[in-house]
Structure formats: C-alpha cells, structure tokens
Design a protein around this ligand. Structure first.
Ligand code: ADP
Ligand code: MG
Length: 670
C-alpha cells in the first residue's frame, strides 16, 4: 500500500471512526505513521498496586478474583469483582457493559490485567482495563504507544491503526540523503518509524524522535528557503518625495536598521507578490516610524492604508502621533474603533468607501462588517502577537488581499525565527536610536522598598515622571497583594506634592485617554496602573518604571513594561519589586531582566521557561504544526537543519542532483 491510502483501509475503521481520526489530522496511512505517541506504556515489567503514582496510575500484573457483587446500572446490573494482586492489595474491577465477564471471572480464578486505576475513599477501582488469561495477551513484556485521542477513539484502535500502517507500508524508504544518517547520528527511517511507535527500549525512542524531528525541520526549512528565494530579484524601489519630506522634517536621522527595513518593505510593496512581512524590533527601536514612512510610500501612489492596534488606547495614541507627523503632508487620516458610533461613524465609513481617507487608524473595528475601503492596498498590524489569527482571516473574508506588515516587539529567538513563521519574510531592527541609555534595572526586596520610594522622589524633583504597575486593580481577601486602587491612595500620601491618575482596563476609554494625555503633557507626575500600559505608550519624559509583585508577570510583559521608559536620552530606571518567597525559577527570571536589555535574549529565556505557543499567542505558527521537533529542546537541530537547508538550496535549488532525489520525494510526501 501507499502512504496516501486512506486510514479507512485499516480493518475495523468505518466511517465514524474515520471522522474521529480526521480530527487528529490523520487521513492517510502516512499520517498515522507520522502521528507521534504522546507517551509510552512500559509493560516490560509488572506493576502492582503498590507502584501506583499520580503520574502513572496504571497497573499491569496478575490478579486473583476474591469475591463478586453487583450494583444496579442503566442496563440492569453491573458486576463488581473484588480482586487482589500478588501483594494481597485489593482492587474492585467494575465491569460496565461487559456482561460476558460475569461468566469468566469466577471466584478464585487468576487473570492478567492492565488497568487505569482510580482511588476513591481509600479503595482502588478500575473500569478501564484489559483482562486476559495469559500474560502475553495483555502485552506484558512490551512497550506500547499511548496516543493523543479524540472522541470515541481508544488506544486499542489507534494501536491497530499504527501497527497496520507500519506493516503495510514496510519497507519504509529513507527520507534523507544517505550520508546524513551517519553525519548526524540518525537512524534509518524504517527503524525510526518502528521505534517511535513500538520501541524495544525507551532509549530508542529519543533517537527515532531526533531523526524524525531532523527530517521535518529540514524539509520545512528547505521549503521556506525555496519559497523565499522565489521572491528575490525584486525591483529596486524609489523613495517617494513625500517620504523624503517626512524624513527630512524629523529632528533625528533614521538608524541604519530603519533604513534597511524600509528598503525591504518598499521593495515588497512595489513587487507583484503580496507582502507578508514581520517587522520585529525591540521596544523603542522605532518600528512605528517605519510604519508611517512605508504608509506614505503607498499613499503617494494613491492607495489606502489601514493601521490596526490591539487596544483603543494605543490606537488613539498612534492616531495623534500620525496626525502630528502626517497631516501637514496632506495625508487624510481617520480614527475608527468600536467606540466611534452614530453619525460620526457613518461619515467615516462613507469617506473610506469613497476614498476620501488615506490612512485609517484604529482597532480591529477597522475590519468590521460595515466598513469598506475604496482601494485598500496596505495593512499594518501593530503588536501582532496580541491578535489572533481571526483578524487576518477577517481581512481575507472581506475579499481584501492587501500587503500586510505585522509588527512585534516580542522578538523571536534568532535560531527559531525561520521555522517560526515559515511563510513570513522577516525584517529586524537591532540597533536602537542613537543616544539611548539602557534602562538600569534594580531588583528590590521589601526591605529596600523605602529606599526606592526615596529615589523616585528625587526623579520627581527633576521633573521626571513615573509609572507604578500592579498585578491587580482591587485588593483580594485571599492574596495579600498590593493593588492599583489601594496603592493610588498610599502613594498620594507618600508623595503629597505630586499628582497621579489611575489607568486600568475597567475604566471608560475617555477617562483613560484623559489621564494619559495629562501624563504626556506633564500635568501629572505618575500613573498607577495595571499592565495596560504595557504596549506602545510613548512618553519620553517618564524615567521610572516600578513593577510591584514583579514575579507575577511574564518576562515578555516585564520587558514591554520596561520599554515604556528609556525613551529619550535621560537615564531611566526600572524597579522590579518582589516579595520574599521566590521560587528558583522566579529568581532566575528576574535576574534575566536585571542583566539584559536585549529583547532577543529575554525571548530566548522566555521560550525555555514557557514554550512557544505562549510567546506567539499564535496557533498558526509553524511550531505548532511540528509533529516531532520541539522548538525548546531542539534548538541545536534547528540550527543544523537551517544550515543544511541553506547549503542544499544554494547548491541545488531544484533538488535535481542524484543525492537530493530522496529529499524531493520526501517533500512531495510531506
Ligand atoms: P517602537 O514602535 O519600535 O516601540 P517607536 O517607533 O514608538 O518605537 O519609537 C520610539 C521613540 O523613538 C519615538 O519617540 C520615536 O519618535 C523615536 N525614534 C524613532 N526613530 C528614531 C531615530 N532614528 N532616532 C531617534 N529617535 C527615534
Ligand atoms: Mg510600538
């Protein structure tokens, strides 16, 4: 049989079961082959009741039936056979829907059982078990795969399917050029697939997994690189006069990295291919400015641009900034969010439809049902990791197919960038605008807190401003945490001469905005807030960021929060206040924050600690399609396969050479 053969060809798999397999992404025998077990049931040794643990609540041993009783159930009565293992410990075997067992489980008879065990009020019981006369029949002595399940699927049917796939697809051909097996210490694919499903030793599993991980990463990288190569040879783009005008009006010059990424974006915008580009750069590296300049590139050619931000607050701030920079150049700007309603909204929508607006800035409301653009050419998504894939889908559904630039300040660790968004081009800003002084970060224990408050007072005296951030808006009976509302009162007592405002997500938009404006204008000295100030807020005169209960925030959030200060050439400070009882991991995380300002390093740490799904918040990322490779454990493989893939594509882009035939075949299969 072939790999493309339907999973329905496995004996015993009918239409309904096929549907359940499909939910797991298994439609063919090949899919089954590449469906990794999530764990293994090691039945090589007997496990008696005494060896039960929370992680592994199963037994695999000989039992003797001691007594029988019945209890009423839906279909009449159900047998409860009380048995003992060889230690004499008791377990109740509950035989739901298995009336035939009543005849077999005679008192005094001896059986072999494999069971998932529960413990209720001190008694062991099981209703999920296999029970057989002979030891071999329940697989004692073997290692069996445990697969992720869906719906009515059982491990039994999964095992039938994987055994069937292995035996009918055998012999399984190699998927890599021969010399790679030895070079990278991999096992041949026939063995790899056998061992990933039915290993003889658990140590074989890791070798098999490594081989399969290597293969999938290599193929993915080759695909990505080949796709990317197609796009080179782009037109050289000219900087339009209106862009030049904006750039020369700035009080500073662009950083080399800003110039570089602008070049990349312009070339994309001018090419026939649709742009799908990710612009990553640390907080404050000047991404937003790049966005405005690139917007001008499109606007000067008559296209409309939409700029989408994750929160209303941020969107408004961007709109203000854009108005300040771009209105004087004749750009017609509008702001649109869910809060823009009634007549004003109708007017805006009409203007967008007629093409009387060049640049629309707002929240995801920009793409709601009633909004239509005349000539939308370019969409910029700020802080893209905060959006789900739905927003992008919404765009597509509208039948719009503009160039898309996603921006993120949560950088992706270097080694992973390529695999991460395999289909995205990536532009990176690494250099910071000149004159920036790195934010000095202090870890502050409760004992040192007073000292910190004194230091902040000095900053206030210098007319600088501060943020105080707390994990909660209100106090909580159970947890003794400082919160926004309480601390607002306390800080006002502590700093009677200085003015403050509260900002958090529960406040009306207007109020938040007013507070933020007062802060920006320097009319108040500090904000007391939750992490809502995390993204995008740009007040260069703010030099102090205090985060209390810092251990409760993720590294990415801490880094973003810290990015609110250090936005000018004035020295800035970040105080991470922690409570006495920190875990080792907690300490490690805070130390990372203290020791580096490099967002890439922080992202790497974060990846190690939390895993990739959390970081991207993006279920669509290439990572989550990976079956065998782990972006956390396999950074070495990612680097190796990347280099191999680059070499292969450089030497033989069409994969036409004899030694690459096997890769070509593998790509066709994957
Ligand atoms: P990001 O969006 O990457 O966090 P911004 O675009 O908001 O960063 O820029 C942060 C601040 O730096 C803004 O006040 C912006 O005007 C300023 N800025 C941007 N580019 C430069 C540059 N080349 N030189 C000096 N300051 C810059
Ligand atoms: Mg930004």
């Amino acid at each position: 049989m072939e790999r493309k053969e339907s999973i329905g060809s496995v004996p015993g798999i009918g239409k309904t079961t096929k549907g359940e397999f499909a939910k797991l992404g298994i439609e063919t025998l090949g899919d089954m082959l590449r469906f990794a077990p999530r764990a293994y049931d090691d039945r090589r040794e007997e496990r008696l009741l005494r060896s039960l643990s929370v992680d592994d609540p199963h037994i695999n041993c000989r039992i003797t039936v001691r007594s029988k009783s019945y209890f009423p159930s839906k279909r009449g009565r159900t047998l409860k056979a009380t048995c003992t293992d060889d230690d004499g410990n008791e377990i109740d075997v509950l035989c739901f829907n298995r009336d035939y067992l009543d005849r077999m489980l005679v008192t005094g008879s001896v059986w072999f059982i494999n069971a998932n065990v529960e413990k209720n009020r001190g008694r062991y019981s099981t209703s999920q078990f296999e029970i057989k006369r002979r030891k071999e029949e329940i697989g004692i002595g073997k290692i069996l795969p445990i697969y992720p399940l869906s719906g009515n699927l059982t491990e039994k049917i999964m095992r039938t399917a994987s055994s069937f796939a292995l035996s009918t697809l055998s012999p399984i051909k190699d998927e890599l050029p021969d010399e790679m097996y030895g070079k990278y210490n991999l096992v041949h694919h026939e063995k790899a697939y056998r061992d990933i499903h039915y290993p003889k030793n658990l140590s074989d599993v890791e070798k098999a997994r490594r081989t399969l991980a290597f293969t999938e990463l290599l193929l993915m990288e080759i695909n990505a690189i080949r796709e990317r190569e197609v796009r080179v040879g782009m037109t050289r783009s000219v900087v339009t006069p209106i862009e030049k005008k904006l750039i020369s009006s700035l009080p500073f010059s662009l950083t080399p990295d800003q110039e570089k990424v602008l070049g990349e974006i312009r070339a994309d915008l001018d090419s026939k291919e649709k742009m799908e580009r990710l612009l990553q750069g640390d907080v404050g590296s000047g991404k937003t400015l790049v966005a405005w300049i690139s917007a001008l590139h499109v606007i000067s050619k008559g296209g409309q641009v939409a700029f989408m931000a994750p929160t209303e607050l941020l969107a408004r701030q961007h709109a203000d900034k854009a108005a300040e920079l771009l209105s004087k150049l004749g750009v017609r700007i509008c702001f649109l969010s869910g809060d823009v309603k009634g007549k004003g909204r109708l007017l805006l929508i009409d203007a967008l439809k007629k093409g009387n607006v060049d640049l629309a800035i707002g929240t995801h409301a920009l793409f709601s049902q009633d909004v239509a653009f005349k000539n939308l050419k370019y969409v910029i998504i700020d802080e893209q990791h905060r959006f789900g894939v739905e927003q992008r889908e919404a765009l597509r559904r509208k039948g719009l197919d503009p160039d898309v630039l996603s921006m993120t300040a949560t950088p992706i660790p270097r080694t992973l960038a390529l695999t991460f968004y395999a289909n995205l081009e990536i532009s990176t800003i690494k250099t910071m605008p000149e004159g920036r002084i790195p934010v000095k970060t202090h870890l502050v224990s409760e004992k040192k807190r007073e000292e910190m408050l004194d230091a902040i007072e000095v900053e206030f005296k210098r007319s600088h401003q501060a943020y105080f951030v707390y994990p909660r808006i209100e106090g909580d009976e159970e947890e003794n945490l400082r919160d926004v509302n309480t601390m607002f009162q306390e800080l006002q007592k502590r700093y009677p001469e200085y003015k403050a405002r509260i900002v958090h997500s529960k406040l009306p938009e207007e109020e938040k905005l007013e507070s933020l404006n007062l802060f920006r204008e320097g009319k108040i000295q500090y904000l007391v807030s939750t992490s809502v100030v995390e993204v995008g807020i740009d007040v260069p005169n703010a030099t102090v960021m205090v985060i209390e209960h810092a251990e409760r925030f993720g590294l990415a959030a801490l880094h973003q929060l810290r990015g609110r200060v250090g936005r000018s050439s004035i020295p800035s400070y970040c105080f991470l206040v922690f409570s006495g009882t920190l875990t080792d991991e907690g300490i490690r995380r805070l130390k990372v924050m203290r020791d580096t300002n490099d967002g890439f390093k922080i992202a790497e740490e974060d990846l190690l600690i939390r895993g990739p799904g959390e970081i991207t918040g993006n279920r669509q990322s290439g990572f989550l399609k990976l079956k065998f490779a782990s972006p956390v454990a396999d950074t070495d493989l990612i680097a190796i396969t990347h280099d191999e893939a680059m070499r292969i594509v450089r030497e033989d882009k069409g994969l036409l050479k004899a030694e690459n035939q096997v890769l070509r075949a593998s790509l066709a299969k994957s």
